[in-house]
Write a protein that binds this ligand. Structure first.
Ligand code: PLP
Length: 374
């Protein structure tokens, strides 16, 4: 079709849970969601609000003022900040995915910039950059702890001229590998010049309890991104947010769609923040399950694991330097036929921590499938 951009030929649409599972009962452990639905009493509250307070013939609140106020105070409390954050520090997106796209539009579009990422990392930065014709510069990570090759990153920035690197995307803790940024990585990010935007994606903050929010107050070129899709159990409703200094937020607000967040999604995120202690009470349980699963899987001889600060575990087969993508794909297929979905990505397996019984099944199924590997 000659009206389409020539470079779209090389792109494929994003598919989650490819193929689906064959058995009835499925453990969905390939997308890092919370294993727990919103509690029924909160769903009923939300339904009640929908019936009584949302007029479906009216556009949503395009300023998202109430939600932004609650986000600012949640973020401020969670980081124990004394300086005060307000709505001028918050932009809300239809999932973090939309915020990533807004960041790319506001910084790199039209041949103005490239982005830098360290692989393996969250695939959406590169996917969205590609759809906008923005080049992605990639550096590697050290296999020992998955920290970035900072010499390579420094060199890549120095050598990338047309267009220059305008954004560095990091995840804290990283997906799919699970570790928070190291002190050396954080120092390197601090050393970047102010004409490079540093985006720290804290999608798993509630599981790691580590944040670089304080940096945002001191640095005009830093932005923190978070989401309601993980610990807050609202993946179905697509709400993410960015925290930065007002100049950066103003730029994001200019390029977003005017009604990017439906009234129902705004109401759900507001409800979640009003009941955050109740909703986040599952976090310590998931952290404990992660440690249990980690210890158990570490006893599997053929597996190599890396410590995780998130709600998932990254695993590879021993020896880790041997090509293994075929075997990993085979493992994922075998588990899928048994009703456990895990993800083969970034050269390894990414296994979400689920509810207690799901994790027990993961252990049994994975252990057995590895024994049977040819
Ligand atoms: C899951 C995840 C998100 C969340 O994306 P949403 O669009 O808000 O659902 C963002 N960043 C990373 C690294 C993630 O793993």
């Amino acid at each position: 079709m000659s009206f389409l951009r020539a470079d779209l030929d090389q792109l494929k649409a994003y598919v989650s849970h490819p193929g689906g599972a064959t058995t009835q009962q499925v453990d969905i452990l390939d997308t890092n969601e919370s294993p727990y639905d919103l509690p029924t009493e909160l769903k009923e509250k939300l339904a009640d609000h929908y019936v009584n307070a949302i007029a479906t013939n009216r556009y949503p609140d395009g300023s998202q003022h109430h939600l932004k106020t609650l986000i600012a105070s949640y973020v401020q409390q969670s980081a124990r900040l004394t300086a005060s954050l307000g709505t001028q520090n918050v932009s809300v997106g239809n999932g973090s995915d939309e915020l990533i796209r807004s960041i790319l539009i506001a910084t790199c579009l039209g041949g103005e910039g490239s982005i830098l990422v360290a692989d393996p990392t969250f695939s959406m930065y590169r996917i969205l950059a590609t759809t906008l014709g923005i080049p992605t510069i990639t550096v590697n990570r050290h296999l020992s702890d998955f920290s970035m090759d900072l010499d390579a990153a420094q060199q890549a920035i120095a050598q990338t001229k047309r267009p220059p690197v305008r954004v560095v995307f990091v995840v804290h803790p990283n997906s799919p590998t699970g570790q928070c940024l190291t002190p050396a990585e954080i120092d390197w990010l601090r050393s970047l010049p102010e004409d490079i935007l540093v985006v720290v994606d804290e999608a798993y903050y509630e599981f790691s309890q580590q944040t670089l929010l304080a940096e945002v107050l001191n640095r005009p070129n830093w932005l923190i991104m978070r989401t309601f899709s993980k610990a807050f159990r609202l993946a179905a409703l697509r709400v993410g947010y960015a925290i930065a200094q007002p100049e950066v937020i103003t730029a994001l607000e200019k390029v977003r769609l005017p009604y990017n967040l439906p009234s129902f999604s705004q109401a759900a995120a507001i409800l979640a923040l009003e009941h955050k202690d109740y909703l986040l009470a599952t976090v310590p349980e998931i952290q404990a399950e992660r440690e249990k699963l980690f210890t158990q899987l570490r006893n599997v001889d053929k597996l190599k694991l890396w410590h995780s600060d998130a709600n998932f575990i990254h695993a590879r087969l021993q020896p880790i330097r041997q090509p293994q993508d075929e075997k990993l794909a085979q493992l994922v297929e075998t588990l899928k036929t048994q009703g456990t979905l895990i993800r083969h990505t970034g050269g390894g397996l990414r296994i979400s921590v689920g509810a207690v019984q799901e994790n027990q099944r993961t252990l049994v199924r994975l252990t057995k499938s590895i024994e049977l590997l040819s």
